[in-house]
Design a protein around this ligand. Structure first.
Ligand code: HEM
Length: 403
């Protein structure tokens, strides 16, 4: 029975990918679904109106990587690199894929299917100066403001190029990272790299919103692709500026450390007040179940607000921020235990929006000042990247910018 849960999870991913649903159907052996084959065979097409890895549910494994162009690399070199990268990803994500272009293959992903692999490419602000493309620099790539709570490590922030890799299999994800690093050789070098994870499809009995490392159900009130204003909030419209970003999106990347020892000392009722939702099932403290809309105006019998004044969901809500909304699609991370015994763990927060000045920036400004959760967080690195629209047959990502 439990195996069927896996088929459902993969099917849901396929549906969101738009047309890839068939890939999620379980193979049957003696009439029984085979969960492992289902996870492996799920594939998300590389080509489409938008790059893959934005609207699909975040995979079980993620790598976030920034590259800097090497000294002397110019726009033509960058275009050739995006061509090599795009062709490699096209091959690795195909339903009937060979594991990778032969030139870079190390056989690490042999035997595995595409496993919902997506690779998403973006450009950082510094890319435009280095390639003489200053006139194409989007206004939306203005540096993010400083926030009072920031403790940013410049070496792990920003970068000329950004790559987000996601897959439901760890070997497939690692392999993609290696292939892209080899293909970058001579043109771009890794600036920073982070590894993340989420619940594995099939680990829960049916598709559910995931949990983060504080134990909260995280992602409930995200914009949904079925919302009428979803595309307007997340993607740059055709006719938007600059023209080469049509169908694209802006990714804000924050490595947010969770101060888990402090957090774990709070009683669950306190933790719930900090967020404004129940920990067990994600229901808002104003009542109902996980997907019941939060009622920010509701008061308890004793006259206190049902959702506290500094509750994360109140401070972050679009209603508190002039309608500002973003699609949060994060990976958890854990990079070991520090000398003092505290876990180096938290969230690789990735927020997608058509304009960061109408998404992340106003919300983070509010959170920075008055969010009960921020006492338990530390923003340790930051990046903002312009992620161009998707590609058609034979095209490479960023072609409209680079050719
Ligand atoms: C909602 C956790 C950082 C923006 C939530 C929820 C949780 C959560 C548990 C409620 C469930 C949901 O709707 O997803 C966290 C944690 C963070 C973090 C653990 C850091 C490690 C941020 C940051 C931003 C943000 C940096 C943006 C600047 C939002 C928004 C909502 C939300 C917009 C939905 C509010 C609503 O409309 O109900 N977050 N969050 N969060 N968070 Fe965060």
């Amino acid at each position: 029975r439990r195996l069927l849960g896996t088929a459902g999870a993969a099917g849901a991913a396929g549906l969101m990918a738009g047309g890839a649903a068939g890939a999620g159907v379980a193979a049957a052996v003696d009439g029984e679904p085979v969960a492992l084959a289902t996870v492996g065979s799920a594939h998300i097409p590389f080509e489409g109106a938008h790059q893959a890895g934005i609207v699909q549910p975040a995979q079980a494994r993620g790598h976030l990587v920034a590259f800097d162009l090497v000294a002397g690399a110019d726009r033509k070199d960058a275009a050739a690199l995006l061509r090599r990268w795009s062709d490699a990803v096209r091959t690795m994500t195909a339903a009937d894929r060979p594991s990778a272009p032969a030139a870079y293959d190390d056989q690490v992903a042999y035997d595995a299917g595409p496993s919902s692999l997506t690779v998403t490419f973006g450009f950082g602000r510094s890319f435009f100066g280095r390639t003489g493309l200053g006139s194409a620099l989007p206004e939306a790539l203005a540096p993010l403001p400083d926030f009072a709570g920031d403790r940013l490590d410049a070496a792990r922030s920003n970068g000329d190029l950004w790559v987000q890799i996601g897959a439901d299999d760890a070997l497939v994800a690692f392999h993609a990272l290696r292939v892209l690093q080899k293909a970058a050789g001579g043109t771009a070098a890794v600036r920073w790299q982070m590894n993340g994870f989420n619940r594995t499809p099939g680990a829960a009995p049916h598709p559910m919103t995931g949990r983060n490392l504080m134990g909260q159900i995280d992602g409930t009130n995200n914009p949904k692709p079925s919302d009428p204003d979803f595309a307007r909030r997340v993607f740059v419209p055709a006719g938007g500026s600059p023209g080469w970003m049509a169908g694209g999106s802006y990714a804000v990347v924050r490595r947010i450390r969770m101060l888990l020892d402090d957090w774990d000392h709070l009683a669950v009722a306190r933790q719930e007040k900090v967020i404004g939702r129940r920990k067990s099932d994600g229901a808002p403290l104003s009542g109902g179940t996980e997907f019941t809309p939060v009622d920010l105006a509701k008061f308890n019998a004793d006259g206190s607000p049902a959702i506290a004044g500094d509750a994360h969901v109140r401070v972050a809500a679009p209603a508190s921020n002039g309608g500002a909304a973003m699609l949060r699609r994060a990976f958890s991370y854990h990079d070991g235990i520090d000398q003092d015994g505290t876990p180096d763990a938290g969230l690789l927060f990735v927020a997608w929006q058509a304009d960061p000045l109408k998404g992340f920036v106003p919300v983070q400004r509010k959170l920075d000042g008055g969010d009960g959760l921020s006492r338990f967080l530390r923003h340790e690195s930051s990046g903002l990247f312009a992620v161009p629209g998707g590609v058609g047959r034979g095209e490479y990502v960023g072609q409209r910018l680079l050719e």
